[in-house]
Design a protein around this ligand. Structure first.
Ligand code: CTP
Ligand code: MN
Ligand code: MN
Length: 512
């Protein structure tokens, strides 16, 4: 594990002071690994019992650790402990007996007074209901998206579409928490290798709240959810969906326009609504940007960018990321990541590439941001880990994709060879495509690749997992260990997963 020492921060002297040194308690019983169940025990009692056990030479680890041999709880049934362990990321709990032993606190107190693990007796064990009707594999769904494999094609399409409409509606109401709850429920269903047929099957799954359960039940019983259908029919939902599809328009702006009585794109134009340069471009190219970009188009744009990059910095690489890297055949934009093996060579590259593309008439709109991430510092890491925005040199632009140059295979929406239908019935030989370009220093490339591959749900949960389970902060630049106060370097995505103690999930299985 390569580690980069944290750069000391002069503005914040308390960070320069090293943390108090804790000599680890020597492990006397390496084959006995305890997990203490916080439910009913409470956090402070759990912390007290943990340090007591460690002082006596026992190992104590979290619920997600595969090393746990003895799960100790106070005042819970065996089923409750199973449920809690699964929620905390344990994916190997097994009612049939091959998982760790589920024990009452009496085993723990007897072991502490004996000064060594005592023999497990039947009276120590917690009983677990064995559900014979559920096939073995069905009960093992991990709590975090980044612990699961989520392929592009899955078996619960009707259910996830309904839940995602609920998530979208909640987002349109700025109810982020509610939106997240529906998105997480949808993600769980996307990861299941079977189709849910009965609402009873949901009880073994994490992240499915009461409201999600109700929506799922409606779809299972009636084929559609009345609540989802009425949302889809509502004027507010339809208007918000239309406005937020305009490049540069977020929920806040769309809500304001709705409150002002605006309902259509024609309204925006007729009312002379004040628009940013980005929004003007978004509105102007609205129809083109609605047409999905297909892989051959993304690859063609990648080649044009590669050519531009090569002119200014031979040896630089251009990588297609985002949905296409996850195996999608179409998407709403093209995401390209640019880097050069010699760190520092990439500085200033994006400006030159953008100027050249612009001079060739290939950009219909561009806005660029300089790299504002000068040094990896602790506070920076802690701040930016909470936001998905990173601080690379990047450009969110609109590319003019010409079908007459370079034999590009066209996507849906283009009707005749060498032409695409415009909204007014005329044909032309090009279409507007959203293009995101990001330039990254070589040492941050793996983090940028992981961060820009998505999906958004996968990334969000990966960062949450780091923070809540590993006391680490992850963003598209780096991985920082908050307790050890060190940056963990990684030359590949695999190494990042290793640092986090996660099984490697390939891009095609990050479609949460
Ligand atoms: N992303 C980011 N910072 C931004 C915008 C996007 O880190 N300012 C990341 C997102 O978190 C996502 C990835 O870039 O993981 C791709 O984003 P996007 O292009 O919006 O989504 P896709 O998954 O590529 O979906 P689509 O195929 O529709 O483009
Ligand atoms: Mn994309
Ligand atoms: Mn993008």
């Amino acid at each position: 594990m390569s580690q980069v020492p944290v750069k000391k921060r002069s503005r914040c002297p308390q960070h320069a002071t090293p943390p108090p040194v804790h000599l680890e308690d020597p492990v006397r019983f390496p084959d006995t690994v305890l997990c203490l169940v916080e439910k009913r025990m409470g956090a402070s009692r759990r912390a007290f019992l943990t340090s007591l056990a460690r002082r006596r030479g026992f190992c104590v680890e979290g619920a997600d650790s595969k090393r746990v041999t003895h799960v100790v709880s106070e005042g819970n049934s065996g089923d409750e402990v199973m449920e809690w362990m699964k929620r905390k990321g344990s994916c190997w709990m097994d009612a049939l007996g091959s998982g760790p032993a589920l024990l009452d606190l009496s085993w723990f107190t007897e072991s502490m007074s004996a000064g060594q693990p005592v023999e497990i007796e039947p009276r120590h064990r917690l009983g677990v209901t064995i559900r014979k009707e559920e096939p073995e594999g069905r009960r093992q769904v991990a709590a975090y998206i980044c612990q699961r494999r989520t392929p592009l094609a899955h078996c619960n399409q009707a259910l996830t579409v309904a839940l995602e409409t609920m998530a979208e509606e909640a987002r349109f109401c700025s109810s982020e928490g509610r939106s997240l709850a529906f998105s997480r429920a949808a993600s769980v269903l996307k990861s299941l290798p079977w189709a849910v047929r009965r609402v009873q099957e949901l009880s073994a799954l994490p992240c499915i709240g009461e409201h999600s359960k109700k929506i799922i039940q409606e779809v299972l019983e009636d084929g559609t959810s009345a609540e989802v259908e009425s949302i889809k029919q509502s004027e507010r939902y339809q208007t918000m969906e239309l406005f937020t599809q305009i490049f540069g328009v977020g929920v806040k702006t769309a809500s304001r326009w709705y409150r002002e009585g605006l309902r259509t794109l024609a309204d925006l134009k007729a009312q002379h609504t004040k628009l940013s340069r980005e929004q003007q471009a978004g509105l102007q190219h609205f129809e083109d940007l609605q047409i999905p970009v297909v892989r051959s188009e993304a690859e063609a744009i990648g080649q044009v960018v590669q050519k531009a990059v090569e002119q200014f910095l031979p040896g630089a690489s251009v990588t297609l990321t985002g949905g296409f890297r996850r195996g999608k055949q179409s998407g709403h934009d093209v995401d390209l990541l640019i880097t050069h093996p010699e760190e520092g060579q990439e500085v200033g590259l994006l400006r030159k590439v953008i100027s050249w593309l612009d001079s060739q008439g290939l950009l219909l709109y561009h806005s660029s941001q300089r790299n504002t991430f000068y040094a990896l510092e602790e506070q920076e890491m802690l701040d930016s880990s909470t936001s998905t925005m990173d601080r690379f040199e990047r450009s969110f632009s609109i590319f003019r994709l010409d079908y007459l140059s370079g034999g590009i295979q066209r996507g849906a929406g283009s009707q005749e060879p060498g032409s695409i239908m415009s909204g007014f019935g005329a044909t032309r030989s090009w279409k507007a495509v959203r293009l995101d370009l990001v330039v990254t220093p070589y040492s941050q490339f793996s983090f940028a690749l992981l961060g820009w591959t998505g999906s958004k749900n996968f990334e969000r949960d990966l960062r949450r997992f780091c923070k809540q389970e590993k006391k680490m902060a992850l963003n598209s630049h780096a991985l920082y260990h908050m307790e050890q106060k060190i940056f963990l370097a990684a030359a590949s995505e695999e190494e990042i997963f290793q640092h986090l103690g996660l099984e490697y999930i390939p891009p095609e299985e990050r479609n949460a």
